[in-house]
Every structure is written in C-alpha cells, then in structure tokens.
Design a protein around this ligand. Structure first.
Ligand SMILES: [Zn+2]
Length: 411
C-alpha cells in the first residue's frame, strides 16, 4: 500500500514538473544547455521575403510571443511554405491570427529553410508593415550562434589560438550590439558584414566549434565606467596599423585607439595586402553616393573627391578618415572615408580599404596604391593568424589588439 502511495506521488510529482516545465507563456527560445537564456541572440536573416519554406526534422511548436500563447501545441515534422495572407501568417494550410510567430523545434533539433539552409534554435517570422512580406529571424543560443559566425569569419584551418581569439571577439561584439540595440528592434544583429557574417549550421566545422567550446562564456571587458563589454570590432588585414574607432565608427573606447601591427604583412597574399588599383566611372560613383546619401544631391555632379582628414602612421602609412566632395554646383559635402568606400563599392571587393590615394579624373575616379582589407578597427585577423603561427596564445593576441582589457567568464 505504502509502495502504491509512493508510486502515485512520483507520478503526480512528475506530472506537475512536466506541466511547469511546459510553459506556453514562458521563454520562447530554445537554448543549448551551456548558454544562459539571457545571452540568446536574434539574428536577422532576411528583412523582407514574400514566402519562406520551413522544414522541421522533428516535432515543433508554434507560438505567438506577443500573445504569449502556444497556438499549436505540437506539430509533426513537416515541410511547409509560409506566406502573408490577409495581414496574418499562413503556414501550410493553417492560417494563424498572428503577425508574429515563433516556430520552435524541439531542443537540439535543427530546422531548415529555403534551399536547405540549416539552423539551430527557432525561426521567428514577423509581418512587415507592408502587410505583404515577412521579416525572417533566427533566435538561438549565443554559443550556437557563434558556431555559425566563427566559421564564416575565419578559415577553419587557421591556427587554433587565432580561432579562439576570433570566438572571444565575436562573442563580446554580439553581446555589446545586443545590449546597445537589441531592445529597440525585434532582432539583435544582421547576418552580414554589417555586423558579423553568420551562415548557420552549413558553415560549422569541428575546429571552429572546438575553439568556441574551449573559450565558452569568455568575453573581453574594458574600463568604461565600470569594467564592461565593448564593441570588439575586427577586420581582415589592417595593412600595418589598426585604426582608432572614433575615426571609423564614431565611438570611443580605450582599447580601440589603434596599434602598430607588424604581423599581417607576413602572411597576407600580396593581392590582398596591396590591392589592385580600382577605377569607377564618375556616373556610377555619383549614383551610388546619392542612393545612400540623398541629401548630397545638392552638390550636382561630384567632380572631385579629396581627403579631408587622414590618420598618419609610421612608414608613410595613412588612412583616409573623411573626404571632401566637390560638386558642380560649387557646394561641398563630407563623408567618412569608410562610408565613401562602401557607398561606391558596397561589397568592398575592389576598394578594399581607405588606405589608398583617390585621384579625380575627367570621367572616372581612381583608387590607387591601396593597402589592407577592411575597416581596420580592432583585431587584424591576418595579424592574429600570424601571431598564432609564431606561438602566441589567444590571450596574447587579444591583449595585443585590444590593449588594456580584461577577460571575464560570463558562464
Ligand atoms: Zn595587421
């Protein structure tokens, strides 16, 4: 009899536990076991799509986070097309009276979208104000997110210590961006170079995952008021000196004032370290600049671009911080060097950096004598690799590129 009571008690306790754990109004993000929930990341995969296919490999739930309800308790594995239908979201044959849905596969069960891109975590869809398109967001644990970033931002065959440095820089950066901007929008970071390149599970490798695991929870702090995370920017090849962030991003942080980098020149292939001269016809330059900065149309036609401010470093190295645009109307305008570069050449594949000389010709602008690749702020990735090759640890690499910082283990 007593045994009976014990069994009944165990069954009831298990039931209560199951009911409590299954909280439809609770957190909607699946988190990998290692990462506390507060560090989950929402990645914007696409700002606007008319439809998306969703392929769950296992059971999944559908929730409306704004109504804090689970609409369909459990859905079976399925391959469905999701569209906007009459201001609501239609998934397969089901139409939900919601503008914001979260598709939650079981923990550790990836899902796929479109051409079989696989992701950890959840798929979030929000109807855009146009009532026709969907915003596509992948919400997932920080460490799972990093798995898709580190392997996208650094070749997986690079030295382990460089990969670890990359993991810590990427972790610190995303937490900073999330804390600064995440509250004001339904996502924390973009999946592109605008923040960090994130390709989901298709990018993952054992070596990069090992580097993430070996540094799990580790971030860099610098002294702001108290010790806190800061935007640990990084870029591909600094060209010889990293740049002060105030000159590129307009923010000020002690560890991001720039350091002399003797490392990247040793292992960067010449066409990346010294990039080929690039020519852009005047019309293209004008169109591209006006598309991004419409107020500059008052200049008429931009006929001349000259440096307004440059950083000067040893060895004749200088980076264009801002440019003066001289127009046919006689008016002048100014842009940050990095803004000009990405306006003229949004991929950054031709004008690889602002360490260059700009020559204004009659019909075109020439960008010559170029050096380096990327904005140049924070860790120089090729430099980090060279340091690792020469036996430096990830701590030494990060101390070098972000001087005056401390490590903190968040979890
Ligand atoms: Zn460098």
């Amino acid at each position: 009899m007593f045994k009976h009571y014990v069994i009944s008690f165990v069954v009831i306790a298990a039931f209560i536990l199951a009911v409590c754990c299954y909280s439809p109004s609770g957190p909607i993000t699946n988190l990998s076991a290692q990462t506390p929930e507060m560090f989950a990341v929402k990645v914007l995969l696409n700002e606007s799509v008319t439809k998306i296919s969703f392929n769950a490999r296992g059971d999944y739930r559908v929730a409306d986070p704004e109504k804090l309800t689970v609409i369909n308790e459990i859905q079976k594995p399925d391959f469905i097309t999701i569209v906007v239908d009459g201001n609501c979201i239609k998934a397969g044959f089901k139409k939900y009276n919601s503008r914001h849905l979260v598709f939650q596969p079981a923990v550790d069960t990836p899902f796929a979208i479109n051409d079989n891109q696989q992701f950890h975590g959840n798929l979030e869809l929000i109807v855009n104000p146009d009532n026709k398109t969907l915003m596509v967001i992948n919400s997932l644990s920080l460490e799972d997110y990093l798995a898709g970033v580190v392997a996208s931002e650094m070749p997986s065959y690079w030295e382990t210590e460089a990969l670890k440095a990359q993991a810590i820089a990427a972790r610190t950066y995303v937490l900073y961006i999330k804390s600064k901007h995440g509250k004001n929008r339904p996502w924390d970071v973009k999946a592109t170079q605008a923040n960090q390149v994130y390709k989901g599970m298709r990018a993952e490798t054992m070596r990069t995952n090992d580097a993430i695991t070996a540094t799990a929870g580790l971030v860099l702090n610098c002294q702001i008021e108290n010790w806190d995370i800061f935007p640990t920017y990084y870029s591909s090849v600094c060209g010889g000196h990293t740049e002060d962030t105030v000159n590129v991003f307009g923010d000020e942080f002690f560890p991001l004032q720039g350091v002399d980098c003797p490392w990247c020149r040793y292992n960067t292939k010449p066409s990346l370290f010294y990039w080929p001269d690039a020519a852009f016809d005047k019309q293209t330059v004008n169109d591209n600049i006006f598309a991004r900065y419409p107020s500059l149309r008052e200049l008429g036609t931009i006929n001349k671009i000259e440096p307004a401010k440059e950083s000067k470093y040893a060895g004749g190295l200088s980076r264009i911080i801002s440019v003066k645009l001289i127009g046919s109307t006689g008016k002048v305008g100014y842009l940050r060097g990095e803004d000009l570069r990405l306006a003229v050449d949004p991929t950054g594949a031709k004008i690889q950096s602002t360490i260059c000389t700009i020559i204004s010709m009659k019909d075109e602008f020439l960008f010559i004598a170029g050096k380096g690749f990327g904005h140049g702020v924070g860790m120089c990735q090729y430099g980090a690799r060279e340091m690792a090759r020469q036996g430096k640890t990830y701590k030494e690499i990060l101390d070098f590129y972000y001087p005056g910082t401390r490590f903190k283990k968040l979890y």
